[in-house]
Design a protein around this ligand. Sequence first.
Ligand code: FAD
Length: 293
Amino acid sequence: MGGWKNYYTPGTVEEAIAVLRDYDGRARVIGGGTDLLVETRRGLRRPYEAMVDASRIAGLDTITQTEDSIVIGCGVTHTEIVNDVRIIRHGQCLAESCSVIGGPQVRNVGTLAGNVAHALPAGDGTIGLLALGGEVEIAGTSGRRWIPARDTFIGPGKSVIDRHREVLTRLRFEPTGSGEGSAFHRVMRPQGLCLPIISMAARLTVDGGTITAASISMGPVGPVPWFAEPAAEVLIGGPANQEQFEKAVAIVLANVTLRTSKYRATEEYRSAMIRTYLPLILASAAERAGAQL
Ligand SMILES: Cc1cc2nc3c(=O)[nH]c(=O)nc-3n(C[C@H](O)[C@H](O)[C@H](O)COP(=O)(O)OP(=O)(O)OC[C@H]3O[C@@H](n4cnc5c(N)ncnc54)[C@H](O)[C@@H]3O)c2cc1C
């Protein structure tokens, strides 16, 4: 193939870690391959001595629900997330964000784990997971650890996950319950290059018409996915209504760094998209939380 010499399909996490350890940095973890294979075939990456396929590890190809988490194995594809009734009900922004990734062929093999591990500032599934407060489990030679997904991003394509030695094994988030809702929207160029202009997601908790918790994630607005924390803080304690959403948008626009990109859009256009769509996303999340708007 040119991109690797040996291809491994370990059945357990321990086997995967053992193979990675044996190759001592010369092997690479692969999920659906929809990013990695494109990059290796384009010659953007040096050939690896081995690929270690994380998508066929036993037990990590399923979505499970515990009392306080929805847990997604690293082998779970975007299509499986989009069709999962628990995620549609209790993590709607994640289902929405995965539903816009590529076309059906990409979604049928691409994984959420690969989207997060790839560490792009505007991975769609990533933006959805972040608004939900998602966490990831990383397995390596020294064991397994759960960390907030937001702490994995270092820069464009750069992750704290050592993809030559570690496997992102599972992702999880606290399901939205009564009084909680979430929503995602992406603005793309209508034709030409398939690059997002802006992707945004929000999770809101509403109690008796008052917002009691909020989280807003977006990208690409910098080297890593961005949390609009000051805007979320402005929402908390206020009413779930249009005026309050407009206040949050003003705070976002005052804090966000938007650049003009010839491949994406001008700074002005990207600001206009935030001004247009963020109130709609917040309204949608609030309605799903049961607010009467
Ligand atoms: C035509 C096309 C359209 C696309 N459209 C979109 C889009 O609209 N939105 C979007 O966000 N993305 C898009 N993508 C990118 C890609 O499909 C997604 O990022 C996908 O989620 C990547 O998942 P994967 O399983 O294929 O990852 P892979 O390609 O297998 O891997 C990606 C990276 O993550 C690492 N990795 C994968 N799994 C693990 C793991 N379990 N543990 C540790 N490291 C791991 C790999 O080493 C690699 O660095 C598109 C790709 C194509 C080819």
